[in-house]
Design a protein around this ligand. Structure first.
Ligand code: GLU
Length: 286
């Protein structure tokens, strides 16, 4: 078994992350597997080296260890670019000029209020640029802001499935199945690369889980629906599908999900107050 903890260094490590990291670490320790760390720092506007330093320090303090070198996504952009080229040359992606505002405007007729259909990657794209490309050149232009997956080309007529050993937000567990039609309707043409980022979370997570030989992905149930995107991309690019273990989110006393910026639950705070690593373990129920 090989698993990983993949923090984004955009804020302090808090109790929610610690639960995920300890759970993954304990699961592999029980079977003599490997626990890897990966720094997901592709969002250069939010990721900060100082946060990375603090996160690693907190994880070590908790007693976790991992092999070196640690994979850092900002060093992998060439690899992501190669996969995007492959997807583009096989006509699985199209370039898109739509801003967020354009997408919302195309979806919501003003008289119908502001309800727009959303999926695991946010608002479901109405297909504006995909339809334009059906009748015009596919060469990217300087106005393009993103590359999107053409979901209908990506899924074909396939049936998809993955093994869930934890649970989704509605208790989904075991063999999870979904159809090509579900993906077209409920996920749509997701962004795989933005002009300012060169990749997206979905593309990089799938490529890196495969590159690191991850067999078990342990993470919060908020990513359960997004897993369907990952399964589609794995199948399209001929990559193996790991087993997934989604877990409940750690909530504050009022039942609210912990936010990354919520310093009240930052491990640094508990350390400063004299809590021990086992106190923190107990606080997250492990
Ligand atoms: N970097 C992601 C986060 O911090 C983790 C995603 C994953 O585990 O797949 O939320």
């Amino acid at each position: 078994m090989i698993t990983r903890f993949a923090p984004s260094p955009t804020g302090p490590l808090h109790l929610g992350h610690v639960y995920s990291a300890l759970l993954a670490h304990d699961m592999v320790a029980a079977v003599g597997g490997q626990f890897l760390l990966r720094i997901e720092d592709i969002d250069r506007t939010r990721a900060r080296p100082e946060w990375e330093v603090h996160i690693l320090e907190d994880l070590r303090w908790l007693g976790l260890s991992w092999p070196q070198p640690v994979m850092r996504q900002s060093n992998q952009l060439d690899r992501y670019g190669e996969s995007l080229d492959w997807l583009q040359s096989n006509n699985y992606i199209f370039s898109c000029k739509c801003s967020r505002r354009d997408v919302i405007n195309a979806l919501a007729a003003p008289q119908e209020g502001s309800d727009v259909p959303t999926g695991p990657d946010g608002v479901i794209y109405p297909g504006t640029c995909r339809m334009k490309h059906a009748t015009s050149s596919k060469d990217p232009s300087s106005e393009d802001v993103a590359l999107r997956l053409s979901m209908s080309s990506a899924v074909g007529q396939n049936l998809f499935s993955f093994h869930e050993t934890g649970h989704g937000p509605n208790g989904e567990t075991g063999l999870i199945k979904f159809t090509a039609q579900d993906a077209i309707r409920n996920i749509g043409d997701i962004v795989l690369s933005r002009r300012d980022m060169g990749t997206s979370y979905h593309l990089s997570v799938v490529l890196d889980d495969a590159a690191q030989g991850i067999t078990h992905v342990v993470r919060g149930e908020d990513l359960f629906e997004a897993t369907k995107i990952h399964i589609i991309l794995q199948r399209l690019m001929g990559l193996p599908t790991p087993t997934y273990h989604h877990h409940s989110l750690v909530r504050d006393d009022a039942g609210k999900r912990l936010a990354k910026r919520d310093d009240a639950c930052a491990i640094a705070k508990y350390r400063a107050e004299g809590f021990s690593p086992s106190d923190v373990r107990r606080m997250v129920g492990l």
